[in-house]
Design a protein around this ligand. Structure first.
Ligand code: SAM
Length: 247
């Protein structure tokens, strides 16, 4: 199996076997590394969202453990993926984007929500993560999901080409967020919807405090980029959900 890499706007074809396992697992950890030492509920401790140094500093066994954690079923207890995807209001046939798809935790839910006639674009800046996703897509038969490597400052989506964008636990990683949100805005079809899911300032787990974003700040960033934005009501214990609809 092969996939298309959109880095530098030129398509590069790479094979699934081209990246050694070490590199593959290493990139899964990039951007997220140092676990909290606070005591917290066991299910919360399953996902190292608060890790924010280079994964290249870790040994292979630790990196494999990290990759395992992202998709630990215990995460479902607080991440509530069915509820998150329900808030995204997907319909059959839509094009949905998973921005910062990571190991693909949300992909089965998104794939099911848009159906066989829809498609899911799984975007991530890490080529190894996208390799990982490609394997998962094949194994789980997610035939409507397309994995794509993107640069950090541009989702490289066509104008008016997508209906839904999920940005789960990733918005705080993005630099120049208003400019980035303008690019997302330009990619949206009429009636489009962007959801930003991220950790609250007082969550017991999540990024280090100086990496977290207040929900009002996210609302302001989306508004500045041309969205009508609001904080949604939901039941997630550790995160907020901000919705943006093109004005
Ligand atoms: C904490 S993980 C979240 C993964 C997934 N959304 C989840 O909730 O399980 C953040 C992911 O976003 C990716 N990422 C960070 N900045 C990005 C950017 N500017 N564009 C695309 N992906 C990005 C990282 O490589 C990483 O895979």
């Amino acid at each position: 199996m092969s996939l298309i890499v959109n880095a530098s706007r030129s398509a590069i074809r790479i094979t699934l076997t081209a990246i050694p396992l070490f590199a593959l697992v290493t990139v899964l950890c990039t951007g997220c590394n140092k676990r909290s030492t606070r005591s917290e509920p066991a299910a919360v401790a399953q996902m190292p969202h608060d890790e924010h140094t280079s994964g290249a500093e870790r040994g292979l066994p630790e990196l494999q453990t990290y990759a395992h954690r992202l998709d630990n079923p215990a995460r479902d207890e607080w991440q509530r993926p069915e509820e998150v995807v329900a808030l995204l209001e997907c319909h059959v046939g839509m094009t949905a984007v998973d921005l910062g798809a990571g190991t693909g935790y949300f992909l089965p839910f998104l794939s099911n929500a848009v159906g066989e006639d829809g498609r899911v674009l799984a975007l991530d800046l890490e080529p190894g993560t996208i390799e990982w996703l490609s394997g998962r897509i094949e194994t789980e038969g997610l035939s409507n999901v397309r994995p794509i490597v993107v640069p950090p400052d541009d989702p490289e989506l066509g104008a008016g080409s997508v209906d839904r964008v999920l940005v789960a636990n990733t918005w705080h990683h993005i630099s120049g967020r208003v400019e980035y949100a303008k690019k997302l805005r330009a990619s949206m079809r009429p009636g489009g919807l962007v959801l930003v899911v991220d950790f609250t300032l007082d969550s017991p787990e999540g990024p280090p405090p100086d990496h977290r974003l207040a929900m009002d700040r996210v609302v302001g960033e989306l508004e500045a980029a041309g969205f009508e934005a609001e904080v949604l009501n939901e039941s997630l214990p550790y995160q907020y959900v901000v919705a943006g609809r093109p004005r």
